[in-house]
Design a protein around this ligand. Structure first.
Ligand SMILES: [Zn+2]
Length: 130
């Protein structure tokens, strides 16, 4: 379970209200994830800005022993690069059949609140034809 710290608190606050945001430098305008105290490129101040939640699968694995609440093995966990910046990657359960999972698959982020969990989970669904 993620534990928000001062750097990631803004991310989780937005996520709780169903909005995916990523830290962005107010000086050089680069996106940065995970969030930090300052921009790793120029040292500028970071602020959280909403993103589309669209992206594509960069890499994935099939989990055969369940460790994530709300999912029964086998399920797919993907590393997804966001449309805004290929260098910004998020990890989460990809809700597709194993044989549909593929590098390059177009996906969209969903913030899912599982029973008993305080924070939403980052999950992905396929968009467009598989
Ligand atoms: Zn910067």
């Amino acid at each position: 379970v993620p534990v928000p710290d001062p750097d990631s608190a803004g991310f989780w606050e937005s996520a709780r209200s169903g909005v995916l945001t990523i830290a962005r430098c107010s000086d050089c305008r680069r996106w940065q994830h995970p969030p930090a105290e300052a921009c790793r490129h120029c040292g500028g101040a970071l602020a959280f800005e909403p993103v589309t939640g669209l992206g594509e699968v960069f890499s994935f694995i099939v989990v055969r022993q369940a460790t994530v609440p709300g999912h029964e093995a086998p399920y797919v966990v993907a590393l997804v690069q966001l449309a805004e910046d290929a260098g910004v990657r998020l990890v989460g359960v990809l809700r597709v059949a194993q044989d549909v999972a593929a590098v390059g698959l177009a996906v969209r982020v969903e913030l899912v609140r599982h029973e008993g969990e305080d924070l939403p989970a980052i999950e992905f669904v396929a968009v467009g034809p598989p």
